[in-house]
Write a protein that binds this ligand. Sequence first.
Ligand SMILES: Cc1ncc(COP(=O)(O)O)c(C=O)c1O
Length: 452
Amino acid sequence: MRNDRYAHEVNYKWYPFTQMKDLDTRGPVVIVEGEGVYVKDDKGKTYIDGQGGLWNVNIGHRREEVIQAIIQQLQKLEYFSHFGGFGNQPSTALAMKLIEMTRPEGMGKVFFTNGGSEAVETALKIARQYWRLQGKAGKYKIIARRKAYHGVSLGGLSANGVTAYRKMFEPLVPGFRHISPPYCYRCELKMTYPGCGVACADTLQQMIDFEGKDTVAAFIAEPVMGAGGVIIPPKEYLPKVQEICRKNEILFIADEVITGFGRTGEMFAVRHGPIQPDILVVAKGINSGYIPLGATLVSDEIYNAFLGELKEGKDFKHGFTYSGHPVACAAGVANLAVLEKENLVENSRKMGAYLLEGLKSLEKHRIVGDVNGLGLLARVELVKDKTTREPFPFDQFIALRTAQKIMDHGVILRPLPGDVISFSPPLIIQREQIEQIVDAVDKGISDIEEEL
Ligand SMILES: Cc1ncc(COP(=O)(O)O)c(C=O)c1O
């Protein structure tokens, strides 16, 4: 138990994804203020927020436009239920905006949630009920990929492909299967792009053949994998997996919780295909994290399957107390207005290219194995041996330690399993701040190399 100024922080709270014994020793970093791409801790130290909150603060911290929208909505209506047909103005305005924005993807309806996990859960349940309503109840399996991250509730967790996140909670939900990720740096199939012909996509067809297409409801995929290590697929990958889904009558659920709203230099990352998912899952950047919010968007074809007479019981028996929360949705409307007005998707593309160029210069370090990025989503993978790509032993916690060193140099970044440092700064970031990030990473890696 601590008895210093941080005692209350660690003596009463249980932090997510955190070994509390370790935190008790090192002490938390208490963030007290934010402004644009910067955050300040309670000791007065300012950092560049290189992880954009948790991949979500797309328009930056403390934006007056969103704050005012929240205040005005609170002064009018703080909350009312969305169940059974009670509407509210901000959720309608946001739904209209989302449908307009996803016209190229062919989305027709929006179901609101409080975050990504709930939005994934909603998508999985929609997929299962959709096939049941088609008279194909046997189509219930979900195919996902190893290294995927789809949240922490039991459905999404069952789709996750990171063993460390899964193993403590088994047995998970039945009916989930996993195929190879498009992870070229460590190809499971031991092939090399482009000679491989993107064979990892073919593992989807192989799994469908093995399970039987009449048993598979959906394939769920992040267009760029996030928490599993920022894995950017070759450009042929998305069209190829979509084609396989269509050929086999399997729904495509695109999980854009991280990648949506400009993160990868396109408004939605499915546009890198481009592909048209049947279900599109969003959260995070939908309102830049000012208030919890997520959404599951579906095509009209999916939605129409749920229509019928009351007595048929086809309605979607699903929802959350805070689905369509007026204040969260008002924040969403204001957030998307800023995103568009300030051309932040274009800034993400331009600054992302600049960030990638800077990070590539770090390949000079002996422990930097792989550098990649798309828009303002990037990765640096640290390895013990660059030539053989041998990873560091797990218990050296190299990425975690490196991220801590980088913090000493004034930048917050997120370490991921597999010794990847991930980058997802607010989309408002400018060249000078990117240079500061690259400089801090350079120094942080040098510090660790000296320790090794
Ligand atoms: C792709 C993806 N899906 C789902 C989630 C879960 O979102 P949340 O943490 O808001 O529940 C995340 C969170 O990082 C994510 O990256």
